[in-house]
Design a protein around this ligand. Sequence first.
Ligand code: HEC
Ligand code: HEC
Length: 143
Amino acid sequence: MKKNLTLAALLMVIAGCSGQQATTAAKPVNVTSLGGKAPVTSNAAADSEAQYPTRGTAINRNFSEQPPLIPHKADYPITLQRNSCLGCHSWDKASKMKATPVAKSHVIDDKGTLKGQNYFCTQCHVPQADNKQPLVGNSFSQQ
Ligand code: HEC
Ligand code: HEC
């Protein structure tokens, strides 16, 4: 019994200490913003989002052997374990997903087994969107 009381007293002391620590106010830290004390009066408008072609539309190719441009967002993950592009473009899934199956040149057999060098799709295929803000200039010509 005596032992228990001592323990209870000890616990109360510990609880008291920690309670006191929490109430100690932190010292104010003086941090000056790089922008100085000038108040922010206006915020820039958010960039407009990329506008991709309507679902199911392909973008015209400019020369033969051009890897077709991707007419939709292209941030589907491609990792060593999983290639999300194949979820729609592999030979067995493409018709169900209404997507063009990967080109014949990308596969090694008539089942559509992908060649290793064609695994990282976005190495060659890039997305194309109608972006509303001016982009980097481009002087590409077909000739
Ligand atoms: C949710 C399904 C889906 C996923 C995932 C997907 N696509 Fe597509 N993709 C489509 C559809 C639908 C089209 C439009 C039909 C077409 O032209 O194949 C298309 C079109 C394309 C085209 C144009 C084909 C052409 O003939 O012009 C390319 C290239 C392409 N996708 C590449 C990719 C890549 C690379 C990825 C992964 C980063 C990817 N897609 C992921 C559904 C998908
Ligand atoms: C090494 C470059 C390269 C890589 C990597 C690559 N492609 Fe292609 N792809 C091409 C080229 C070039 C063409 C057009 C010529 C052809 O058909 O072979 C093409 C054509 C296509 C087409 C159109 C097929 C058709 O019949 O019109 C689709 C769809 C496609 N690729 C999807 C993919 C997907 C999905 C991946 C990833 C799994 C991928 N490609 C990886 C270069 C590449």
